[in-house]
Design a protein around this ligand. Structure first.
Ligand code: NAD
Length: 488
């Protein structure tokens, strides 16, 4: 059995963990490896190495630092199939979904290669007679990221390329449920010949998270995961004087107006709800039809029934299992809850049987109609392949419903009216807006802009926010007098 190691100071080392956990293929329940639960001593070793590495790394010019990223991009592209297969095996998503995830990860490496221009400062000549003022950006020091299970490859890349291109050193804590993907990435990073300590990885759970939040040399924490843990990480990190960006959970509403194109809208909505088995923070979850809804409901039901569920490496499979048996139980009981609240099950995925994968954590596409919008199901992040369908009479009421939602990760509208789309864009309280788009995932040059309980902090991942987050500004005011200048 493969036992995973940490990567610290440019070397593979055993964890000091007291316990090890199984890494399980969610489609078959095969145990693929053991991952260390982590120890404070592991964090200390990584932080010490990263602090020592920072002294050398910050002196290397941005232009030279990005050469390592160009090399990393090539290695990721050359190994994309194996990296994608690893994601499928440990997270359950399909091979095509895993590959799409890597394209997004690589985009961030490409974007960070623009750091020499992106981290440029500002200069004002003559703020007073003979005095100039300028601002330069400098790295913070040791930064760390804590990532969730659902994008084992992409999410660390929302942070890592920017952090190191800006001159920081880095520690990655992957999700203990999917630690194999980042282990493969670290094997590639090992081939870059980076100075020791620039990129480190520590496996584990809460012990490692707390170690990172408490360690005095760590200056900044990037977290992505559920809202409850995001709030905890934000509070504890800030109390320990760290910069924190903590992206949390979601419950994404989609409004369909009567003038929306039925075929396009139903296909996009179904892809959004069931992509990655609903385990995306940008998965559509509550679908709200405004006004007449008979035709769109029929179309959505038909497409949902057709969606093939199975093992993500098998051909023609469009949806894999959910991550753990516990998740499957939780999602099934939320469907039961929706029914108890008065919802009607239009498509029932609770008793999925996938030949050859009878032990897998499969739930097939599920639709519950007329879920009360003030009920528990409508307010809970399901994180599974379950669509709640609701009907509201006016766009104003639909927007008011969205704005009362405690999450603000994404909200979408489907319409052929520019005026309604504009009203929605202007009035909906969510940080990522889709207009005839089902997954409004910002590309690398834009911030991933969650609002409300979907985000704790001020600077989001990606885009210019990443440069702000991973640098500190230094302002210099400078005077040179004529009298001091020797004549020669
Ligand atoms: P999670 O919160 O359970 O875990 C995230 C990380 O926190 C993991 O590395 C885990 O080891 C650690 N952790 C878990 N419990 C902890 C505790 N008690 N104390 C300290 N650390 C702890 O999230 P998950 O189940 O891995 O991921 C799914 C969640 O992530 C969903 O809520 C989803 O919406 C959210 N998510 C959000 C975004 C976003 O950008 N907003 C992106 C992806 C996923």
């Amino acid at each position: 059995m493969l036992t995973l190691q940490n990567y610290i100071n440019g070397k593979w080392v055993d964890s000091k963990a007291g316990e090890y956990w199984d890494v399980v293929n969610p489609a078959s329940q095969e145990v693929m490896a053991k991952v260390p639960g982590g120890a404070a001593a592991d964090v200390d070793a990584a932080a010490t190495a990263a602090a020592a590495g920072f002294k050398e790394w910050k002196r290397i010019t941005p232009g030279k630092r990005i050469q390592y990223l160009f090399h990393l991009k090539r290695l990721l592209e050359e190994n994309i199939n194996e990296l994608s297969k690893t994601i499928t095996l440990e997270s359950g998503k399909t091979f095509a979904e895993a590959k799409a995830e890597w394209i997004r990860a690589i985009e961030n490496v490409e974007n960070a290669c623009g750091i020499p221009a992106l981290m440029q400062g500002d200069f004002s000549e003559d703020i007073a007679t003979g005095i100039d003022e300028y601002m330069i950006r400098q790295p913070l020091g040791v930064c760390a990221c804590i990532s969730p299970f659902n994008f084992p490859g992409m999410i660390p890349f929302w942070f890592l390329p920017y952090a190191i291109a800006c001159g920081n050193t880095f520690i990655i804590k992957p999700s203990e449920k999917v630690p194999l993907t980042m282990t493969k990435v670290m094997e590639l990073i090992d081939r870059l010949d980076l100075p020791a300590g620039v990129v480190n990885m520590v496996h584990g759970g809460k012990v490692v998270v707390d170690g990172l939040l408490e360690h005095p040399v760590i200056k900044a924490i990037s977290f992505v995961g559920s809202s409850a843990i995001a709030r905890y990480v934000y509070g504890k990190g800030a109390a320990n004087g760290k910069r924190v960006q903590a992206q949390g959970g979601a419950k994404n509403p989609v409004i369909i107006l009567p003038d929306a194109d039925i075929d396009m809208t139903s296909q996009i909505v179904v892809d959004s709800v069931y992509g990655c088995a609903g385990q995306r923070c940008l998965a559509a979850s509550t679908i709200i039809t405004v006004g007449d809804h008979k035709d769109i409901t029929e179309s959505i039901v038909e497409l949902s029934r057709k969606r093939t569920t199975g093992f993500g490496l098998d051909e023609n499979v469009l949806m894999g299992p959910v991550i753990t048996a516990a998740s499957k139980t939780r999602i099934n009981s939320l469907i039961d809850k929706g029914v108890a609240e008065g919802g009607k099950v239009l498509v029932d995925g609770r008793n999925a049987k996938i030949p050859g994968y009878e032990q897998g954590n499969f739930i097939q596409p599920t639709i519950i109609e007329n879920v009360p919008l003030n009920g528990e199901l409508a307010g809970t992040e399901i994180f599974g392949p379950v669509m709640s369908l609701a009907h509201i009479n006016t766009i104003e009421d639909a927007i008011a419903y969205i704005n009362g939602n405690k999450y603000g990760n994404m909200a979408c509208i489907f319409t052929s009216s520019g005026l309604h789309a504009r009203k929605f864009r202007n009035e909906a309280d969510a940080g990522n807006i889709g207009i005839n788009i089902g997954v409004a995932a910002p590309v690398a040059q834009f911030p991933f802009s969650g609002w409300k309980e979907s985000f704790f902090g001020d600077l989001h991942g990606q885009g210019k926010h990443a440069i702000e987050f991973f640098t500190q500004t230094k302002v210099v005011i400078e005077r040179w007098l004529k009298e001091w200048t020797r004549k020669f």
